[in-house]
Design a protein around this ligand. Sequence first.
Ligand code: ADP
Length: 731
Amino acid sequence: MSLSEKRILLVDDNAAIHEDFKHILSPAAKDKDTETRFLEEELFGEKSIPQGIDASDDAVKYIIDDAHQGEEAVAMVDEAVREGRPYALAFMDVRMPPGIDGIQTIQQIWQKHAHIEMVICTAYSDYSWDQIMEKFGRTDHLMFIKKPFDAIAVKQIALSLTTKWDLDKKNREHQIELEKEVEYRTDELKKMVEHLSELKARAEADTLAKSMFLSNVSHEIRTPLNGIMGMTELLLDTELDEDQKNYTDAIKKSGDSLAAMVNDVLDYPKLEADKTPISHIDFDIRTAVEDVAELMSIRAQEKGLELAALFHAGVPEILVGDPERIRQILLNLTGNAIKFTEKGEVFIQVSLDPHGTAAGDKQIKLLFEVSDTGIGIAPQVKAKIFQSFEQADELISRQFGGTGLGLAISKKLVELMGGEIDVESEPESGSTFRFTALLDRADEIEPRKISPEKNLYGARILVLSDNPTSRKVLSLYTTHWGGNCFEAETLEQAIEVLHTSADSGASYDVTIVDYKGGDLERYVATAQEIHTYQKLINIPLVCLTAKARRGDAQFLQNHGYRGYLTKPIKQSHLYNALALLKGLLKNPQPTSEKSLITKHLAEELCNNRLYALIVDDNIVNRKILTLVLEKQGIRCDVAHNGREAVDAAAEKQYDILFMDCRMPVMDGYEATQLIRQSEKGTAVPIIAVTAAKSREEREKCIVAGMNEFISKPFKASEIVKIIAHLVEKQS
Ligand code: ADP
């Protein structure tokens, strides 16, 4: 066993004690003279050092120093540490007059050197254990021995505590090593992070450069492509012989698919890099979807396919989200549906997702469906087609073209809008692609966005169509607007129903004729057949066709049609056409003969609303009238008395005035007389609104220049009737 050195400090004012401790702890303890043994026995007790027991420890060599006062001990400990030979242990006497006592000495030493082991040696206690604990706090570096000392106990304590000190020291050194190691590793990590940050910054710069490049390239490619496409379309509008037309058609088709492909290829990396922002703007969901249907209608028409779009009840008009992304997905799904369908139809539907109630009040989950009657998809490839560059069947895909990116892009976009996409399909039985999107409700709808409530007031509409989807769409829309719709599949059925209803005195207000394939002759024959019957001659006929060619509208007008609309029909166009025929809207085209109702006219009607001036001093009356009129799609201004009315009527050309008779400042009679003398007011219909019902009152109104008379309290239906009458007169 190797001999290790341990340094011990003895602190006691009694020199004899020093000798004794040294004696006990020194290996030469065996060779004691009698005097020493005597002293020893006096101090440690007679039997404390049994004869024959070797008090020395061969494994340890103690170097023992002496201090006789507390201050001296503190200085020696300091010195030893400075010299790099610290004490492992100190035996400390408590009473050492005149200087500081042992407890104070320990306190001072531990303030600087907290690891030195301490043994308090005392005959009796000057301090209670609690007092000592209070002074030092919890510590495991402290022990007590009481006089007379047991030599073996002293040896054991010296050995244990110096060994403990040694282990503690090694432990601390090890900890320092570890800390150094950790510091070194942290440093390495820091360097690595710095390096990675540099790489990341470089990669981001690269990506930015790449996306700038992509956006430049995309612009560079799209610009000439637009030129080619635009010119091709212009060329198609010129006189071309059959061959030239075929070649030009082929250029257009290739151009279209090239444009779609370029868009996909340029879009995909952006989506992959999650760089596609989803905007959050107010938009009209009908316009977004119907635009897609309209855009796709040409391709559908070329293939002889029916294309329809239907909004189920409950879908709000204005929502907050990304209309461009919704259009992009729908364009892709509808494009695919048309591409993979040779016969039949493509049907787009929008409804509230029945499983979307969890979205809460502020949000709404819409379900979009695009179904076709095409080639369908085999079960084993259904999951694959949403992956990038995957096509169900290479052979088929070669025939139809495409990049295999469309559905992967759609899936990403759907997910960005918090929705899911899926397909239900059987080979040869068509496919239905469904996707959902989470959209916000528009919380503050600006006045211009409140579209008038659509109401057809029980209009009777006959739908004659050989296409069940078309019948479904027309019937759902018209009944939703309060109309009565009858669906007829054949002309015979239609004529029978028209007859029965005419006989019962409840003629149809309009008949919509819609034939697959858009055969003009068939439309003409239908009109002729219906009009052979005198009692059916006044029922307006509206042609609905997917095959629109220049001149067809005029041709059909000459053969008895009042309306000519093209499919896919827009909800607003259908409503406007029917409302115009029913006299609920004013025809913006000032023509003496009844003009043909076309989609252009229907579109114009969206922006062509009547202007009314409400003159009343009573706020409640003004409010009620405004509400009733606005529900009819009429814009309203208000005046509080006759004077204000005269000024307003001089400023603006109103379509109708509602004039209260008794008002402060200027009454309704005088105001009407003045308005009649003004340039804008000579012909404007002025409706008297009065509480009196007498004949005299009525005459007074007529004399003043008013056209009609309603008495308070009036019914909404009276106002509607007046408006319908006005519209009819104007159209
Ligand atoms: P592509 O550009 O090839 O059309 P998509 O990702 O849009 O790429 O579609 C992937 C594949 O899914 C198509 O190649 C086709 O095989 C299949 N597919 C998509 N839509 C339909 C559909 N309506 N009917 C049948 N197959 C379809």
